[in-house]
Design a protein around this ligand. Sequence first.
Ligand code: NAG
Ligand code: NAG
Ligand code: NAG
Length: 145
Amino acid sequence: MALTSSLCLIALLLVLPCCLGHMHLAKYNFRRVLHPQYTLYWNYNPTDRNLTFAVRVQTTGWVGFGISPNGGMVGSDVVIGWVQDGRSYFNDRFATAQSTPAIDMQQDWFLISAEEENGYTTLEFTRNYTSCDGNNQDRNITVRQ
Ligand SMILES: *[C@@H]1O[C@H](CO)[C@@H](O)[C@H](O)[C@H]1NC(C)=O
Ligand SMILES: *[C@@H]1O[C@H](CO)[C@@H](O)[C@H](O)[C@H]1NC(C)=O
Ligand SMILES: *[C@@H]1O[C@H](CO)[C@@H](O)[C@H](O)[C@H]1NC(C)=O
């Protein structure tokens, strides 16, 4: 009995550290591996008419995520975020060229959490389906159910 419990405890101790950091990702209903180093998670919320996204990327640098009208970068509604020295950075941007997109005058995407550990950067963020960005620097998102 004592042996069994201590074995369980050891198993728990071995399992917990690897998964604790990513438990918040379990709440996402949708997941797509966009690249071997880049996984996207998302949920949509018809009541609030908004979406929550998480990206988990094998990098200690910056992470970008964008919504494109045609698959290209120009005209994309983009967010870029990163973690440095324990501080998180995150901005709503708009791509007008194949270069670092400028920060939108109005911010419509919001960071929920940011974490960098074991060579991975994980960002969680939220946005309404439609944005009231009067500067036309966002793309609306259509959710088909
Ligand atoms: C998102 O939608 C909610 C509810 O419709 C609204 O109150 C809020 O101002 C919107 N946020 C942004 C950034 O547009
Ligand atoms: C979306 O709704 C959730 C609550 O369900 C809220 O926490 C989040 O801030 C909302 N996002 C926006 C952009 O308003
Ligand atoms: C997004 O939808 C809102 C509300 O319907 C609209 O006012 C706005 O012009 C749309 N934005 C774009 C870029 O289509």
